[in-house]
Design a binder for this molecule. Structure first.
Ligand code: SAH
Length: 245
């Protein structure tokens, strides 16, 4: 059944699809009247709907009912990612989405080689495509990049996350093993994980995060590339606290 994300209100009765998405259904997938679709609102709700008419690239569908199964992880996992060059950042967004993160916050750090990307729109599209492909019912929120140190200031829009979530910052030079950190993370439903850019975090940045309650964590004795580290951290978090493995 074709699946598509549409910003519909909660429990709609009829759905109208226009523009690019209608074109995709009618011309690319060649959907016909009577066919069923799964409509995802991107916030975790999904509905089964039947196409009742296709007129001039406008599709109308009647909602048959809400789909109750959820493919979302029981943990709210937020990835803070030091900006990476071009395709590496896109890879992290795609893989992090498949692995079930709920938010990605790209950050500019002292050693970031990339500072201003103008790529947020493209990243959001990648996240939407990866959500659809992986059968997720929600699309992770991709924030605009911000300076790493600014996220900790009291008036930062991210400050509320730090109050309700446990944070782990991954540092290749020292840190607790995730398994060991588990006791203090036991029962935690929200987790923030921070991975540096290609050049890693500076000592000063690690200190700021520690001062704000982050645990400094290690991924073992091998130094991983930033994109490998991000994927490993998310998979391990879902294994230890979420729904993988
Ligand atoms: N420039 C550094 C490596 C940075 S690796 C050097 O060459 O020494 C990029 C990011 O991946 C780091 O900021 C860290 O968040 C993460 N990372 C890679 N290997 C890691 C490890 N063994 N333990 C914890 N974090 C690691």
């Amino acid at each position: 059944m074709p699946r598509l994300f549409l910003p519909v209100e909660e429990n709609p009765r009829t759905i109208h699809i226009t523009g690019e998405k209608a074109h995709y259904l009618a011309s690319v997938l060649r959907c016909k009247e009577g066919e069923e679709l799964e409509i995802l609102d991107g916030k975790g709700h999904s509905y089964r709907a039947k196409i009742t008419s296709i007129v001039k690239k406008e599709i109308t569908a009647d909602v048959l009912g809400a789909v109750t199964h959820s493919t979302e992880s029981p943990i709210n996992l937020i990835l803070i990612q030091g900006l990476l060059k071009g395709e590496k950042m896109e890879l992290v967004i795609q893989k992090a989405t498949e692995l079930g993160v709920s938010k990605i916050l790209p950050v500019v750090t002292e050693r970031s080689q990339v500072r201003n990307t103008g790529k947020t729109g493209r990243w959001r599209k990648i996240a939407e495509d990866a959500s659809r492909q992986s059968g997720r019912t929600a699309i992770p929120i991709i924030h605009e990049p911000v300076a790493f140190r600014d996220i900790f200031s009291g008036d930062s829009p991210y400050a509320p996350y730090f109050r309700k979530c446990k944070g782990l910052l991954f540092w290749e030079r020292k840190g607790i093993r995730m398994k060991k950190g588990m006791e203090s993370l036991e029962g935690c439903r929200s987790l923030i994980v921070a991975v540096g850019p290609e050049g890693g975090f500076t000592e000063g940045e690690v200190q700021v995060a520690e001062d704000h309650g982050f645990l400094v964590a290690s991924l073992g004795s091998r130094i991983l590339r930033a994109e490998t580290a991000a994927i490993a951290v998310i998979a391990l978090s879902q294994f230890l606290f979420g729904d993988m493995g």
